[in-house]
Design a protein around this ligand. Structure first.
Ligand code: GUN
Length: 289
């Protein structure tokens, strides 16, 4: 292995420390803690784990955590009413509705109901438009965390060739916008891209966010490339009945060719909640001021 390991866990811990400092000053000035409301509908096990971690880390950063758990059969109207109530609540600076929602709900409609200035996920079309036009808004947490790791490792990204594999609203598309804003030359690749290895081989920066275990191989990479692996895939382990987490990048072969690479776990994963807390304290300041 020749690649440097990008330690997202350590970066996220340092970011949370900084957020905690800002949260303490906010509390001293405003006479109240900054507040994050998280809404979970149903019992999806992965979502329950995320929400529990968000709750713990919000409290640990000195902010208020408001959890709202609704049964899977809740009507969309009930959920929309809760979002409206949180929009109107001055103790709530940030609102996050955990996705995916049950299939009888229209996710876009629910997101559209969140006040864009409390939309700390950056999913509201107003924030999507702000990101696309360079206006001040909220940026989705996972891609913003990826850019923080890239700038920490590389300094300026200006003029670099970046390939984003994946075109989701949560990661791929905002990632491409952020890299463009950093003056990268950006290619967005996806399942229909022709000669994906050839496209990836041109890139100084590769961001893999496709949800396909270990898809990106070392011989797809330009030597020295910086590789950001957003994938979190559970696959069977060598030991019978056990599973292990892998990314969208084949770490063993990629780490022989890349200049720097994020591991899974311990790379991008811990950044998402740390950036969410950062967005929440930013929202608190903006909404108070
Ligand atoms: N589900 C998986 N990741 C996320 C996220 O970043 N935000 C929300 N709201 N739901 C998610």
């Amino acid at each position: 292995m020749s690649a440097q390991i990008i330690d997202g866990k350590a970066f996220a811990a340092a970011l949370r420390e900084r957020v905690a400092g800002v949260a303490a000053s906010f509390e001293a000035a405003a006479g109240r803690k900054a507040g994050l409301a998280v809404v979970l509908v149903g019992e999806d096990p992965a979502s329950q784990v995320y929400v529990r971690n968000k709750h713990k880390q919000t409290i640990a950063c000195g902010m208020e955590s408001f959890e709202h758990k609704l049964p899977a059969e809740t009507s969309e109207a009930n959920l929309l009413a809760l979002v409206e109530q949180l929009n109107a609540d001055p103790a709530v600076d940030g609102i996050l509705v955990q996705l995916p929602l049950p299939s009888h709900m229209d996710e876009q409609k629910v997101i559209a109901t969140i006040n864009p200035d409390k939309d700390v996920d950056g999913f509201h079309v107003v924030n999507v438009g702000r990101l696309a036009t360079g206006a001040r808004g909220f940026v989705p947490c996972t891609p913003l965390g990826c850019v923080m790791l890239l700038k920490d490792k590389l300094g300026s990204l200006s003029g670099l060739d970046a390939v984003v594999i994946g075109r989701s609203n949560i990661v791929g598309k905002p990632m491409a916008q952020l890299l463009l804003a950093e003056s990268c030359t950006v290619t967005v690749a996806h399942s229909r891209t022709k000669d994906l290895p050839g496209v990836v081989r041109r890139a100084d920066i590769v961001v893999a966010a496709v949800g396909r275990p270990e898809m990106v191989k070392g011989d797809w990479l330009k030597p020295g490339a910086t590789v950001i692996d957003v994938g979190i895939n559970r696959v069977p382990a060598a030991e019978e009945g056990k599973t292990r987490l892998v990314g969208d990048v084949d770490f063993a072969s990629a780490s022989d060719v890349a200049g720097a690479i994020t591991p899974v776990p311990g790379g991008v994963g811990p950044m998402t909640i740390a950036v969410l807390l950062r967005n929440t304290i930013v929202a608190a300041h903006r909404n108070a001021g």
